[in-house]
Design a protein around this ligand. Structure first.
Ligand code: PLP
Length: 395
C-alpha cells in the first residue's frame, strides 16, 4: 500500500499534466495540426545552436572522467563562478561561486530551499494565481502553503491582504515574476512595498522571513518591461533561476539558486541547501549541462517569436470579446472565462480541440491559462475555433 501522503498527492495529480496527456490523445485521433494544445509551458523555440556546439565540444575535448563524474554537491566551482560574474555584470551585484548552488531546474531549487528552511507546521506565503506545484513542494517538508487571494483587476499582489497573513510561523514567501499563469511582471513599486512589509514583520516578530524569488521567466519579457533584481530590495532574498525556458531545455533539468552572503544564517543555509541537494537524491545537477550552459551565458532565446504569438493571440481573443490582462512576460495569457466555472469552460473548449488549463489549478477560478509557446500557425488556426467557442457564450 502506498503512503497516505502519496495517496493524496496522486489523487490531486497535476491538471496541467492531465491536459497534456489529453492533447496527445486528441492529436492521435484528429491529427496534430487539428489540435490546439495550449496546455503546457514546453518552449517550442529550439535551444540555441551554441549550446549544441558547446556540448559536442565538451564531449569531444574534455576529460570524460570530469564531464561525467560527481563533483561538489553545489556544482562545478568554475561554472558557479562564471554564473556569479554574469549576474554581477547584468544586475550590479557582488556574488561569487560561494553564493551559487547549481540545481535540478527551478523545481529542484525550490525544494532544496524549502527543505533547508521548514520545520513541520511552518508557513510559506504565496500570491494567487500561482504555479500549482508550490503546494506540493511545501507539503514535501510538512509546511503549510498560505495563499494571498488574487487581485483579478491587475494581477499585481494584494499587499494589504499579504500583511494580514504574515505570522510568527511565516518562514518564507514565494513570488514569481514574470508570472505563471498571468504573464504579469511585478512592478518595482510592488517589490518596494512588499519588501517594506517583510522588514516590518521581521522586526515585529523577531524572525527571519526569506523571500524566494522563483524566476524561470526572467528573460522572457516584452515591450521593454523590466524585472527588478530582488536581492537589491530585501536582504533575506534567495533567487531561484532555471534555464528551462530561457534556453529551451526543460528536459535537461538545470538551474541555480543565489544565496547572498548577507542573508540571515548564510553559512548554515548554504550548507543545508547543498546537503539537501544530495539527500533529496539529486546529488548534483546534470554535469554535462552545467559545463555546456556555462559557455552560453550570453545566449538568448527568440523573444520576437513569442512576442508575435502574444500579440496575435491577445488581439485575436480580445477582438472576439474575451477579456484578459495583456501579458508583459513569460509565455502565458490568462483569460477570463465567460462563465464562472472554469473547468466547464475548459471542457467546452476541448470540444473544439482547444486545450487550456483551468485557473483553479493556479488558485484562481474564473480564468483559464493559455500557454502560447506553440507554433505561430497553431495560434492563427485556433482563432476561428475560439470564435466558435465565443459564439456559444454569445460574446
Ligand atoms: N516555477 C514556475 C513558476 C514554473 O512555471 C515552472 C515550470 O513551468 C517551474 C518553477 C519549474 O521549472 P523547472 O523546469 O526549471 O524545474
Amino acid at each position: 500500500m502506498i503512503s497516505r501522503r502519496m495517496q493524496k498527492m496522486v489523487a490531486a495529480n497535476s491538471v496541467i499534466r492531465a491536459m497534456f496527456e489529453e492533447g496527445l490523445k486528441l492529436a492521435k485521433e484528429y491529427g496534430r495540426e487539428n489540435v490546439y494544445d495550449f496546455s503546457l509551458g514546453n518552449p517550442n523555440v529550439p535551444a540555441p545552436e551554441a549550446l549544441k556546439k558547446a556540448a559536442i565540444k565538451i564531449l569531444q575535448e574534455e576529460d570524460p572522467v570530469k564531464v561525467h563524474g560527481y563533483m561538489p554537491n553545489a556544482g562545478f566551482p568554475t561554472v558557479r563562478e562564471k554564473i556569479a560574474l554574469s549576474i554581477n555584470k547584468r544586475f550590479a551585484t557582488d556574488f561569487s561561486a560561494s553564493n551559487i548552488i547549481m540545481t535540478v531546474g527551478a523545481a529542484g531549487g525550490l525544494n532544496i530551499a524549502l527543505k533547508a528552511l521548514l520545520n513541520p507546521g511552518d508557513e510559506v506565503i504565496t500570491f494567487a494565481p500561482f504555479f500549482g506545484e508550490y503546494k506540493n513542494y511545501v507539503a514535501n517538508f510538512d509546511g503549510e502553503l498560505v495563499v494571498v487571494p488574487p487581485n483579478t483587476e491587475t494581477f499585481q499582489p494584494d499587499l494589504s491582504a499579504f500583511r494580514e497573513l504574515i505570522r510568527p510561523q511565516t518562514k518564507a514567501v514565494i513570488i514569481n515574476s514574470p508570472n505563471n499563469p498571468t504573464g504579469v511582471v511585478y512592478s518595482e513599486e510592488t517589490i518596494k512595498r512588499l519588501s517594506a512589509i517583510l522588514e516590518d514583520k521581521q522586526k515585529e516578530f523577531a524572525t527571519s522571513i526569506y523571500l524566494i524569488s522563483d524566476e524561470p521567466y526572467r528573460e522572457l519579457v516584452y515591450g521593454g518591461a523590466t524585472v527588478p533584481y530582488l536581492t537589491k530590495y530585501y536582504r533575506n532574498t534567495l533567487v531561484g533561476y532555471s534555464y528551462s525556458k530561457s534556453l529551451s531545455i526543460p528536459g535537461e533539468r538545470l538551474g541555480y539558486v543565489v544565496v547572498p552572503s548577507e542573508v540571515d544564517d548564510f553559512e548554515q543555509l548554504f550548507q543545508a541547501m547543498t546537503v539537501a541537494n544530495r539527500i533529496l537524491g539529486f546529488v548534483n545537477s546534470p554535469s554535462l549541462m552545467q559545463l555546456a550552459v556555462a559557455e552560453c551565458l550570453e545566449e538568448k532565446t527568440d523573444i520576437a517569436y513569442y512576442d508575435r504569438n502574444r500579440e496575435t493571440l491577445y488581439l485575436g481573443l480580445t477582438k472576439l470579446g474575451f477579456s484578459c490582462v495583456k501579458p508583459e512576460g513569460a509565455f502565458y495569457l490568462f483569460m477570463k472565462t465567460p462563465i464562472e466555472d472554469d473547468s466547464a469552460f475548459s471542457q467546452a473548449a476541448k470540444k473544439f480541440n482547444i486545450l487550456v488549463v483551468p485557473g483553479s489549478a493556479f488558485g484562481c477560478p474564473g480564468f483559464v491559462r493559455i500557454a502560447y509557446c506553440v507554433a505561430y500557425e497553431t495560434i492563427v488556426n485556433s482563432l476561428p475555433k475560439f470564435a466558435e467557442l465565443a459564439k456559444l457564450y454569445e460574446l
